[in-house]
Structure formats: C-alpha cells, structure tokens
Design a protein around this ligand. Structure first.
Ligand SMILES: Cc1ncc(COP(=O)(O)O)c(C=O)c1O
Length: 403
C-alpha cells in the first residue's frame, strides 16, 4: 500500500513565529554571538554543581529520583521565599510555584488569566518569548513604549481611561520587566511601580512582573518589586537561568495562594524536574551565594564596560544608548532612517550576530534599533564584534549613498 500523506490541520494556537533567543545558540561557532541572551558558560558555578549533583544522590539515594523528590523542592521554595524579602516580597512557600524555567511560568500565568480574545498589554520593545506565549493563548496584544525609566505608565493610565470612556475591553494582563528590561536594559522607576500597582487594583487587571535579571545588578541597588504594592494583582516571575545555569531549567512564580493553586493545576499532578530541584537545593545550601553573585556582577559589569567603550570608539555619535546598570543587554538607537534588519545578514557574514530591533515589537516598528548582548562573549570577542558590526553598518550606509 502506498501511503498518501494528506495536509494536516495543525492547531492554529501554535504561533507562526521563527524561534528566537536560545534557538540561535545553534548558529555558526565562528560567529561572535551578540544575539544570544545567554549567560556565559564560564559563569556557571560548575564545581558547586558537580558536588551538588553527587550529594543529591549520595545523601538521598533513590528518593532523589522519585516523583516527589527527597525534600529538595521544599528547600528551593524556602530559599525563594526568603530571597524575595530583598525585594519587599513577603510570602509563604504556598505562594511559590517552581516551574521549568520562567518561560513555563509565563505560559501557566497566561493560561490562568487569559481567554481567547482577551487583551494583553506589553512593553514596546518587549521579550519575544512572552509575546509568542500570549499569542498561543490567542490574546490580542497592544504595546506601550518604554523610556529611560521603563514602561510609560502614564500612557497605560490614559489608555485605560480611554477604554472605559469608549466602552472598550480592558486588559486582563499587563506584562512588564521592571529590572534591566529585555531588550531595553532600563529599570522601572519606583513611582511608576507604585502607579502601575494602583492601576491594577483600580481597573482589575493582573500585572505579570517578569524579573529574570533582578539579581544581575551592577550597582547593588534594589527597588521594591511591583508585587509588594499589589500582591493580589501581581504574578511575580524569576529564574535560576541567569544566576545558576539555564540547563537546570528552574524558574518560579509568586502569587496569591489562589493564583498559585490555579497555575499548579497545569502540572497535571507532576512537578518541574524534581532532580534538578534536588541539585539546586544542595547548591543553594552550600554555595556562598552572595560571593557568587558578586563575581557574576563583576564579570558582566566589565563586559558591559568593554562593549560601551568599543561602541563609543567605533560608532561615535552614530548610535545612542543608555548604559544599563545590570542585566545582559545594550539597546542601540541608530538614526531615524536606518533599518538594522538590512545589515544583520552582512554582519553575520562578517562574523558577528545581533538581533535587529523590529523583532522586539508587536507592531511594524523599531527598525532603527538593535539588541546587543554582552553576556556571552569574552572581552576580546566584544571588541572584535563591535568592530565588525561597525564595518557592516558603514557598508550599509555606503550602499545607500551609492543608490
Ligand atoms: C525577560 C525574560 N523572561 C524569561 C526568560 C526565560 O528564561 P528561563 O525560561 O530560562 O527561565 C528570559 C530568557 O531569556 C527572559 O529574557
């Protein structure tokens, strides 16, 4: 019998988007990857993890490999609850849900909050991983600009007032990255955190506060989380990906007991990898965590400095950017008529990758921007990569003048 393959009507909920971010990690190894939003592998607490993995097995034997684990998951939750106090988040372990990376927490939050056709409001620019998750929930997405103090909350307020006046639907969810935003690198001011929290109560929406980069501060400063101002209307998310290693795939959500109970149902009885949690528990109990974080911040701060200096030396006044005080990214702004998508391929062929600005927007905009990540590369690579980027940009400008 010959098999005749008929076209299959796949679910439309799967968004037709090109995978980004981690997926780009498979690109050519000769290319300097400013496109990766990834921690450098040198920064993983490698020896600590080796010992932690062995100890997880030696101390707990086969229990560490059971569905429920051997107490590691509880240790991890307790650590998260305690650490969160630094951001004025006061919670019990029942309010913590450990997930397979914070990407899964975004998904479970979206599934908990959004019906198809509901409105989700995001920042412009924003993290594309979250956008594709909201699209899978069939949400309608609207974006609001950021400036040097983060999301422009006054524009959110105006839009809410306008929606009420015109009897338009209100958002169910506002997605916001308050610290070292991806890709903008900016921090949401204290005043705006308070205001956004107030609006969430007034207009009855949830804030999805994605705090993936909070621990990577170069100044040691911490603002209170938005959660601390509206605990019943915020789901707070963070991750071990940037401070331990992405491969352990552990992130978390914090919310009211009710929200966490609802999100937990999506696990269908199981949990985020219990063995990873057993290892993380050992690591968190034995690693001098503050020293580890200081070493990370110092490493990323010097990488940032090298990138800033190289950009100034190679681009002069041609690009502008805010120097980020934490996180992984520098967000470049080129002159108005530049389209960075037009030289991304040439830059790649010359040996450097970056992500062109339009990828971070939900509307057709942002072409004059580019995201460079300083987190993955060595200082030598950063210097060379910025030189190659400048060459690609100059070639692009020259070809425009010639035409
Ligand atoms: C803002 C933001 N949120 C969430 C994630 C997802 O991280 P993970 O699923 O590894 O915890 C990332 C990853 O790059 C990110 O940049």
């Amino acid at each position: 019998m010959t098999t005749v393959l008929q076209p299959f009507p796949y679910a439309k909920r799967v968004p037709a988007v090109t995978p980004m971010g981690a997926a780009q990690a498979s690109s050519s190894s000769d290319v300097i990857p400013f496109s990766y939003g990834t921690p450098t592998s040198d920064a993983f607490p490698y020896d600590g993890l080796k010992e932690a993995a062995l100890k997880a097995i030696l101390d707990h034997g086969r229990d560490a490999l059971q569905y429920a684990g051997a107490g590691g998951p509880q240790v991890v939750k307790e650590w998260i609850a305690q650490r969160s106090a630094l951001r004025s988040i006061d919670v019990t372990t029942e309010q913590v849900l450990v997930t397979y990376g914070s990407q899964q927490a975004i998904d479970y939050a979206a599934r908990t909050l959004l019906e198809p056709g509901d409105h989700a409001w995001v920042e412009a620019p924003t993290y594309f991983g979250a956008v594709s998750t909201f699209r899978s929930s069939e949400a309608l997405i609207t974006s609001f600009p950021i400036d040097e103090d983060g999301l422009q909350v006054d524009l959110i307020e105006k839009a809410l007032e306008e929606a009420v006046r015109r009897k338009h639907p209100l958002p169910k969810l506002v997605y916001c990255m308050p610290n070292f935003q991806n890709p903008g690198g900016v921090v949401l001011s204290l005043e705006r955190r308070r205001k956004l929290a107030e609006l969430a109560y007034q207009y009855n929406f949830f804030i999805l506060e994605d705090d993936a980069y909070v621990e990577l501060t170069f100044t040691g400063k911490h603002l209170p989380a938005i959660y601390s101002f509206a605990p019943e209307r915020v789901i707070y998310l963070s991750t071990f990906s940037k401070i331990i290693a992405p491969g352990i795939r552990l992130g978390w959500a914090i919310g009211s007991s009710d929200v966490i109970r609802r999100m937990n149902t999506f696990f269908q009885g199981s949990k985020a990898s219990v063995f990873s949690q057993e290892i993380a528990a050992q690591l968190l109990q034995h690693l001098p965590f503050d020293d580890h974080l200081e070493a990370l911040a110092s490493r990323y701060r010097s990488s940032r400095d090298v990138m800033v200096d190289s950009l100034k030396a190679n681009f002069g006044e041609e690009v502008s950017f805010q120097v980020p005080e934490g996180g992984f990214f520098i967000w470049l702004t080129f002159p108005e008529d530049v389209d960075t998508g037009r030289f991304v391929q040439d830059a790649y062929e010359r040996g450097v990758s970056f992500i062109d600005g339009s990828k971070f927007f939900v509307r057709p905009e942002g072409a004059r921007h580019a995201r460079l990540s300083f987190s993955y590369c060595t200082e030598e690579q950063i210097r060379r990569g910025v030189r190659l980027l400048a060459e690609a940009y100059q070639a692009y400008q020259a070809s425009r003048t010639a035409n």
